[in-house]
Design a protein around this ligand. Sequence first.
Ligand code: DP6
Length: 329
Amino acid sequence: MSGARATARANIALAKYWGKSDEALNLPAVPSVSITLDGLVTETEVAFEEGLDADRVSLDGELAGAKESARVVKVLDQLRQRADTGLRARVTSHNRFPTAAGLASSASGFAALVAAAAGALNLTLTFQEMSALARAASASAARSIFGGYVELAAGALGDAQLGAVQFADPDHWDLRVIVVTTAAGRKTVGSRAAMNRSRDNAVFYRAWVDESVELANRVRRAILERDFDALTMASEQSFLAMHATAMTSVPPLLYWNPVSVRVLHRVWELRERGVPVFSTMDAGPHVKAVCPSHVAARIAEELSRVEGVLATRICPPGRGVEVTKVRST
Ligand code: DP6
């Protein structure tokens, strides 16, 4: 047996990825910029074993369904090809996310899977190579390979090597992301199906793609210059444009619930009162509020009192993926 264990963290995009330019290679149509978050962690162990007739995938203690398994097997196949082996693997993955957060875990999940499987096969891959492999599985996962502040460019057709890059480490800026949970359970339409629908028929999709480069540039520049006001404007525009695009899809995609809207308004009220904070949202009803660390506790307290909010959790910027070998037997 040869095995390895990897830890990867979720990330939150401030310039959003929404739409693909190449579905077969899973290339994003737009650039995205994110912060890797501490506290939302996936731990994955991969062991390649003689005598297994198929890959065995367990997620949070349960055997993975056919669809989830197929995505995992696809990643393993690519790594097996590189290592020139036919050995099947046992994959055990746990999300150390707060219960009922209902947050997407595919980013940290696929980042951890790639790193653990590469480690188990003794492949010495660069972070760039791991990021490209993770991107092929789930584009947001490309960003979770790296810690701190990360960019994933838009992919040109056929660009199989596209991976993310870190442009500032976790210590660059003492921001906090407050994850505000506004509902229990899983989202109804997953981001993959939803962004494909937007690309196929959303009235605003073309405008979204056209604006995305400038938005991502503004977000990256604001982070590099630690300009919180500029980051506020660019990030809120990015998430609102993404959601406006989703809303104009047919059938429409409206991820917000009444609690999400109340939280967005409370964030704007706080800002009116001079508190530095802005919101972002993904393909679900939860709101993430971003602020400098010194005001995080106070803002989390305020947001936890918004009617219907189930939980708040403060996350600092986190490190990239980490791998350890598991002893061979
Ligand atoms: C709204 O990375 O889950 O979170 O590449 O199809 O797996 P696939 O999509 P995924 O999409 C994430 C979309 C988002 C915005 C973002 O993280 O940039």
